[in-house]
Design a binder for this molecule. Structure first.
Ligand code: ADE
Ligand code: ZN
Length: 319
């Protein structure tokens, strides 16, 4: 039985498996430039974050209706349940849909349908986090936040994703201030490909509570000391790091050293349809490659609940 855990770094669009992509393409009459699922899988060879993002955005063309988003989330939740997930804080990328003429209402209502039945059907409590695309303008992010206003009852917080280098957190200062004023929780991808200074900036300028990835903090001992002191959660995604070549091989992943340093690390799947595994697959992979002890794996699972947005009572129930 997989250990019970929370998943805190999961892009719902990154759970689009090739089989579902082809089914939705057929349902919506959207042409895909791949002969079949095998040909699509063969395209999953990434040299860096951008090479992955190109395919990730391209395949989103098949997501058009509320039903599509409900089917996508249902499929993820079924897989997550089998991987021991009891609570999921799920990212989505509204701008990547709005730009294709798919409104944020379609996305949120569709996802919401699957999330509403998730506790009863899959035993997983859920929350939604809307991410801003950092390679789009701050104005576009602000417009997206405005467009989300009718749906804020379903959205717990905001995040920041997409191409990191050259798009520092400070670009989104006003958007995060506005999100905070609306009572939204704040997280941001930082230190995946970008420098450790982006992590510091996300904390100081955006006021984030968690750092998504945060891997490159290890290059800055003062930053590590701060993250340890303040127990800032880091949502690491080991298989993603290997596939996007931010670490060469899993055996060289800094996770053990990060845990030894006292960092509040969690293990997550990021975009599991593209990176070769869901969250328990990530746990098993780091256990094998890094020789993590059962105690360490239990620490990671406990950290996932500690770092979640659940309150203490909800946390106890979820575990
Ligand atoms: N969007 C989806 N997955 C992402 C990742 N790993 N980094 C940045 N943006 C993303
Ligand atoms: Zn991510």
């Amino acid at each position: 039985m997989p250990i019970p855990k929370a998943e805190l770094h999961l892009h719902i669009e990154g759970t689009l498996e090739p089989e579902l992509a082809f089914a939705l393409a057929a349902r919506n009459g959207v042409p895909l430039p791949y002969a079949d699922t095998d040909a699509l899988r063969e395209a999953y060879q990434f040299s860096d974050l951008q090479s992955f993002l190109n395919l990730y955005y391209e395949l989103m063309a098949v997501l058009r209706t509320e039903d599509d988003f409900a089917d996508l989330a249902d499929a993820y939740l079924a897989r997550a349940a089998a991987q021991g997930v009891r609570h999921a804080e799920i990212f989505f990328d509204p701008q990547a849909h709005i730009s294709r003429g798919v409104g944020i209402g379609t996305v949120v209502e569709g996802l919401g349908r699957a999330l509403d039945r998730s506790e009863a059907v899959h035993g997983i409590s859920t929350q939604l986090i809307m991410c801003f695309l950092r390679d789009e303008s701050a104005e576009s992010a602000m417009e997206t936040l405005q467009a989300a206003k009718p749906y804020l009852g379903r959205i717990v917080g905001v995040g920041l994703d997409s191409a990191e280098v050259g798009h520092p957190p400070v670009k989104f200062r006003e958007v995060y201030e506005a999100a905070a004023a609306l009572g939204l929780r704040r997280v941001a991808h930082a230190g995946e490909e970008g420098p450790p200074s982006y992590i510091t900036e996300a904390l100081d300028v955006l006021g984030v509570e968690r750092i998504d990835h945060g891997l490159r903090c290890v290059e800055d001992p003062e930053l590590v000391a701060r993250l340890v002191r303040d127990q800032v959660p880091l949502t690491l995604c080991p298989l993603s790091n290997v596939r996007l070549r931010t670490v060469d091989v899993l055996e060289e992943h800094p996770l053990p050293a990060m845990l030894d340093a006292g960092l509040l690390c969690t293990v997550n799947s990021d975009d599991p349809a593209y990176f070769g595994g869901y969250v328990e697959d990530n746990f098993l992979a780091v256990r094998e490659a890094l020789g993590l002890s059962p105690d360490r794996l239990r620490d990671l699972a406990r950290n996932s609940f500690l770092a979640s947005f659940l309150d203490d009572d909800e946390e106890r129930r979820a575990r």
